[in-house]
Ligand binder design. Structure first.
Ligand SMILES: C[S@@+](CC[C@H](N)C(=O)[O-])C[C@H]1O[C@@H](n2cnc3c(N)ncnc32)[C@H](O)[C@@H]1O
Length: 283
């Protein structure tokens, strides 16, 4: 199944093609590499340059590291991006990311519709905390877990900018935290896992998504409350829907409890861009 995310308020994926994408984040427009954009763009190279404030130039093709080139001399290096009454601190970094994954709108909407002040939400591999903010806005108890301290600090800044409080910040390897929660007998109504293709634990331990996914899902299911939902985002060339179906079969999770869909955005110019897989497992 193909699911299309809507653009979050004030965000627009204007065009894509030629291995890049053109995006507007409030008042700032960027060009970033995008290997899924293997087709031709609709707008010309000149139109892209005229619209964009910044372009990310990777060190080598496909590399996450690189430098930002200023295309508009007034372009800010940091700016506030408001969406759905939340405020996110965005900035150019030494990699191509800016602090938000807008295609996650599909999950933000699900969290907004399914959490409330009587629910508990665990956001693991939580990055700068967009899902935590959407969860907390409903009044739910939110536990935000990430193994990188700068990400927790960034999440706290977003919480403050959004006039929210009370998110519980956990600086730990997500799998270890979940395993501890299994032992402690704590339960969650919704758990969201957004593991990167390559992971790093709080102590720098390395792991590969395809090797750990089964364990991660198996442990997380154990801390789901009755009628709880596990949301899993994956974006890795080694993980497709067939791979997730194989893992969930091995874990003996009945088919009727699982929804797998490919996540897509439609550009304003009419192209379609792939953003990985979203899985929902209903207990
Ligand atoms: C793909 S990003 C998540 C994006 C986020 N869910 C969003 O939509 O804004 C992956 C995050 O996982 C974190 N991470 C990597 N390895 C981890 C681990 N072993 N335990 C916990 N967090 C980890 C990274 O620091 C990063 O913030």
């Amino acid at each position: 199944m193909k699911s299309f995310a809507e653009f979050p308020e004030n965000y627009e994926l204007i065009d894509a093609g030629g291995g890049r994408k053109l995006e507007r984040w409030g008042s700032v427009t960027t060009i970033r590499p995008e290997h899924q954009a293997y087709f031709g763009a609709v707008l010309s190279r000149k139109e892209w340059s005229n619209l964009a404030d910044w372009e990310f130039i990777p060190k080598t093709e496909g590399s996450l590291q690189g430098n930002w080139k200023k295309l508009n001399q007034q372009a800010p290096e940091e700016w506030l991006f408001s969406s759905a009454n939340l405020v996110f601190n965005l900035k150019i970094t030494n990699n191509k990311h800016l602090g938000l994954f807008p295609e996650q709108q599909i999950n933000w909407e699900f969290l907004s519709n399914n959490l409330s002040d009587t629910k508990r939400f665990l956001n693991a591999f939580a990055y700068t905390g967009a899902a935590s903010l959407f969860g907390r806005k409903t009044g739910a108890e939110v536990i935000h877990c990430d193994s990188v301290k700068t990400m927790l600090d960034w999440g706290r800044q977003n919480q403050e900018a959004s006039n929210l409080d009370g998110i519980k910040w956990v600086h730990e390897d997500a799998l270890k935290f979940i395993q501890r929660e299994v032992k402690r007998g704590n339960k969650y109504d919704i758990i969201q896992l957004d593991p990167p293709a390559w992971g790093l634990g709080a102590k720098g331990e390395k792991w590969k998504l395809e090797e750990l996914l089964g364990t991660l899902i198996g442990e997380a299911i154990q801390i789901l409350s009755k009628s709880g939902v596990l949301i899993l985002n994956t974006y890795s060339p080694k993980v497709d829907i067939a791979f997730i179906q194989k893992i969930t079969k091995e874990l003996a999770i009945p088919n009727k409890q699982i929804e797998n869909s490919e996540l897509w955005f439609k550009t304003t110019s009419g192209k379609e861009l792939y953003y990985g897989i979203v899985t929902r497992i209903y207990k």
